[in-house]
Design a protein around this ligand. Structure first.
Ligand code: GLV
Length: 346
């Protein structure tokens, strides 16, 4: 028997938060009519400088009963219970007094945690097989680029030089950072026949990978590496961690790749290591300042391959379900999936 009839009134946005639920019980009758505003609480997408139509549409499809709003056009900040965030302006989450959880729109949460006024709420991040696969493919391509000496041929082409060379012998590869992406990269290159070492803050164990941990083991982790790939999280402990001292640990002819965060690397020290050794080449996908300013000396360094932070970009279609799931969990007071440890910073 029908005991409840729920009527949704579609009201102009301005009324959403102002119209409380009206409950009418019709005496002598089992029928209850609930008249409520549509979508009383909301999700805010706080992702400046990006077109968000697709994310908005797909999230709305996954959560048809929830209002999705794009910051800074929030009808009523007090309605926001969940925020999907990427590089938010500091302080902007503070006005959201009913916020329950923060969902990072990417894998790395450094830009969120850097906000000194960040509310003390659960933060989760994206862990997505498609993102991991994109990163592994990018790294495979870059390592192949150097193995085939395409960097050298590209420079030769600019001088109309015809000088054949056989591939570089790249055998030893060290991955700095053995989290989700680092361990996937380690697995991939192990399967491709490379001798892979890994270095992380705490001890790790990965099949076929020689694992090192802690500051004192950085030197043995990288000493024999032909290629060093940085996949560390950016935290206060890794900010500017790879500087002059680090580059001096590398063997002559080594190749350095950074796909983590630009601020982990001292860019001046990197340039010196390319000009005077030991580095033969480097590839940077991430920079302390993005977009990389046109007057940065990095653009002028011929042994440096620059890509504009494209190694692994969040794919809306493949992450929308985990964002929706975290929204539901936050509504039910459950732990989020892919939670971030705010003390560790990742
Ligand atoms: C990209 O940089 C990410 O953290 O997802």
């Amino acid at each position: 028997m029908l005991t409840e009839l729920r009527l949704f009134f579609i009201l102009p946005d301005i009324f959403y938060s102002r119209v409380p639920c009206y409950l009418y019980s019709l005496s002598g009758c089992q029928l209850t009519v609930v008249i409520t505003s549509e979508f009383p609480m909301s999700i805010a997408l706080i992702i400046p400088d990006r077109k968000l139509d697709d994310l908005c549409q797909q999230l709305q499809h996954a959560l048809p009963d929830t209002r999705i709003e794009i910051w800074p056009e929030l009808n009523e900040p007090a309605d926001v219970e969940f925020a999907v965030v990427w590089k938010q302006p500091f302080g902007c989450l503070n006005g959201l007094v009913n916020l329950k959880a923060i969902q990072c729109f990417g894998a790395g949460v450094d830009a969120i945690l850097a906000d000194p006024t960040l509310p003390d709420l659960p933060v989760s991040r994206i862990v997505d097989p498609a993102l991991t696969e994109a990163m592994v493919r990018y790294l495979d391509g870059v390592v192949s680029y150097y193995r085939l000496q395409l960097d050298v041929f590209s420079r030769q082409q600019q001088q109309a030089l015809w000088r054949p060379k056989s591939p570089r012998k790249l055998r030893q590869l060290t991955i700095l950072g053995l989290g989700e992406l680092g361990s996937a990269a380690a697995r991939h290159f192990t399967q491709r026949g490379y001798q892979v070492s890994g270095w992380a803050r705490s001890a790790k164990s990965l099949p076929g990978v020689q694992c090192f941990a802690g500051d004192e083991q950085l030197s043995p982790a990288v000493a024999a590496a032909d290629v060093i790939i940085c996949l560390l999280p950016l935290t206060p402990a890794t900010d500017n961690r790879l500087g002059q001292h680090f580059f001096q640990l590398l063997k002559p002819g080594a190749i350095f790749i950074n796909v983590a965060r630009g601020a982990i690397v001292d860019e001046t020290a990197l340039l010196l290591a390319l000009q005077h050794g030991p580095l033969a080449a480097a590839c940077l996908d991430v920079f302390r300042q993005e977009p990389l300013p046109a007057d940065s000396p990095l653009w002028q360094q011929p042994a440096l391959l620059i890509t504009p932070h494209v190694s692994a970009v969040t794919n809306v279609s493949s992450v929308v379900s985990q964002i929706a799931e975290n929204y539901r969990r936050s509504q039910q007071g459950l732990n989020l999936i892919n939670p971030v440890n705010r003390v560790k910073g990742y």
